[in-house]
Design a protein around this ligand. Sequence first.
Ligand code: ADP
Length: 172
Amino acid sequence: MTLSDRIMVLKGDITLVDAEAIVNAANSSLLGGGGVDGAIHTAAGPGLLEECRNLNGCAVGEAKVTGGHNLKARYVIHTVGPVWRGGARDEHELLASCYRNSLKLAADMKIKSVAFPAISTGVYGFPADQASLIAVKELRRILRREKFPQMVYLLAFSEQQYNLYIKTLKEC
Ligand code: ADP
């Protein structure tokens, strides 16, 4: 399988994706929030929040794993994206670390498939085009040297995000 075959863009709700793990764009408390975080906690049920309480939060750019509870996915990888503050506060490197650390967890656990939302591009305000470039570059860099995960899904919640991912994959 070539590198491009291992990254696929999908449109829709990440809680419904058939992947072994889904990534949550969480906040550093790991105690739930809005956007994709809220959707994941709602779909997973209260057991997820209970498990998250034992994790003592998560630093920006890092990742921690829990079970998927009522989700179809067996695992949830929680990562905390940077809040966009203009681009000079290490936002690019921190976003790249979210993808790197999430994938590293998946690789270590030999997880076969992982679905990512567009981390930081909602309430956290990261410009979607720059975020999409970082996601694709970082995923390719890691997948080149890791056998797992075999498949990575980039979940676009809007048509615009979908087109952006397709364009980024084609151009870089
Ligand atoms: P952040 O705080 O990291 O910016 P958000 O949840 O506000 O996180 O947004 C991150 C991305 O997730 C946005 O592109 C948003 O449109 C998308 N999103 C929101 N809900 C879902 C969902 N259920 N499935 C997939 N993506 C989602």
